[in-house]
Design a protein around this ligand. Structure first.
Ligand code: SAH
Ligand code: SF4
Length: 384
């Protein structure tokens, strides 16, 4: 009599580890992983990794079966060892002005907001998140009201670009006439508190045989984590943006509490030492316009003085209100008067046009949907 094996129930013990996703691996990591998984011997791994890399990052394929120049058995071995799955898109919104926002879920409780803004940068910029929530509590920022859930992995950062490219129909990587030309790390979170993963993601995004967005078109925005500035410049060669928002320590401490740790003088010294800083590679200073708080012409003059000698651009961001915020956006004449002072000092077109306001996609309004839902449930419970 034959023995029948009952396979209806999984054996007790830990669930098998999920197959690692190739999306967030750097070239070196992919090569090493291919060897470890036994997909190719070490002497062939470089070539194999290059082939796979091109399919994943230039053609955007999500199925190993599509890799037509890879032998069938190798494709099967790759599929056994790795995953190419995209994360789940929980919500997609398109603004009247063409701005697109995606809410992406990569794991239970890990929901990421990503925004595509047309006509920014060379042709269009993708605003990516580096963390879910943020440990810093800038008082005017919606993300700052949400506790840090965790740092995003390199794969989760690259996946935001892939999702946008899928939606914009930009595979294979176009050489010209791209809709997605620039990347800005201005979504949720403080990228310099997650530098390892941000740097790895930039290595993937900037690779010439893949997504190929040049490092000069990638901007990392920070609230001023001074000790990490040098590492950011050396490891990524990305463009730097600094969220300044005030020209004296007392006010900046109020708006950006991190200023207590790294006051303005230290921040300026760190910026002056940013690797690669030059007239061709300027720092962008972001300055949110808050009515009656930081928006007088005297403060504009103080800003000009503070930035003297630093190759810089200034971006005035009209404050984007969010439910429950305590600030108002400066009146338009106040913003123009502020900008006029900067213009006279040689800073061209410093006002950033607000985009995607109707879908709460503008700067500083991002907050994960699950958190918003939880908050609304709390409010309802409190009201009843
Ligand atoms: N944590 C980083 C990057 C994300 S915030 C940083 O602080 O730089 C991206 C930009 O949006 C920052 O300049 C931030 O100060 C600005 N910002 C935050 N909330 C805003 C709001 N409600 N309106 C306008 N800009 C805001
Ligand atoms: Fe964090 Fe930047 Fe928002 Fe400050 S402005 S709370 S650093 S995301």
């Amino acid at each position: 009599m034959g023995v029948t094996l009952d396979l209806s129930r999984a054996p007790a013990g830990p669930a098998p580890a999920p197959r690692p996703n190739i999306t967030g691996m750097t070239r070196d990591e992919l090569r090493a992983a291919i060897v470890t998984a036994g997909v190719a011997p070490p002497e062939k791994a470089r070539m194999r990794a290059s082939q796979v890399w091109r399919w994943v990052h230039h053609y955007g394929v999500t199925d190993f079966g599509a890799m037509t120049d890879v032998a069938k058995e190798t494709r099967a071995a790759l599929a056994d060892a790795f995953s190419l799955a995209r994360p789940e898109i929980v919500e997609r919104q398109v603004s009247k002005d063409g701005t697109r926002k995606w809410l992406i879920r990569t794991a239970p409780g890990i929901e990421i907001e990503t925004v595509y803004i047309p006509d920014v940068g060379r042709s269009g910029a993708l605003c990516v998140s580096s963390q879910v929530g943020c440990t810093l509590n800038c008082t005017f920022c919606h993300t700052g009201t949400q506790a840090l859930v965790r740092n995003l992995t390199a794969a989760e950062i690259v996946a935001q670009v892939q999702v946008a490219r899928d939606d914009l129909g930009e595979w294979p990587s176009p050489k010209e006439d791209r809709r997605l030309s620039n990347i800005v790390f201005m979504g949720m979170g403080e990228p310099l508190y997650n530098l390892d993963n941000v740097a790895a993601a930039i290595d993937v995004i900037a690779d010439n045989e893949g997504i190929a967005i040049s490092r000069r078109r990638i901007t990392v925005s920070t609230s001023g984590v001074v000790p990490e500035l040098k590492g950011l410049g050396e490891r990524t060669q990305a463009m730097l943006a600094i969220s300044l928002h005030a020209t004296n320590d007392a006010l900046r401490e109020e708006l950006v509490p991190l200023n207590k740790k790294y006051p303005i003088a230290e921040l300026m010294a760190g910026i002056r030492a940013y690797p690669g800083l030059s007239n061709a590679k300027r720092v962008t200073f972001e300055y949110v316009m808050l009515k009656g708080v930081n928006d007088t012409p005297a403060e504009a003059k103080a800003l000009v003085k503070l930035l003297a000698g630093i190759p810089s651009k200034i971006n005035l961001i009209p404050f984007n209100p969010w439910p429950g915020s305590n600030y108002e956006c400066s009146d338009w004449p106040a913003i123009e008067a502020f900008a006029a002072v900067l213009n006279r000092a040689g800073y061209a077109s410093p006002i950033r046009t607000p985009r995607g306001r109707d879908i709460l996609a503008a700067c500083g309004q991002l907050k994960s949907e699950s958190e918003k839902v939880r908050a609304s449930v709390r409010r309802k419970a409190a009201a009843s």
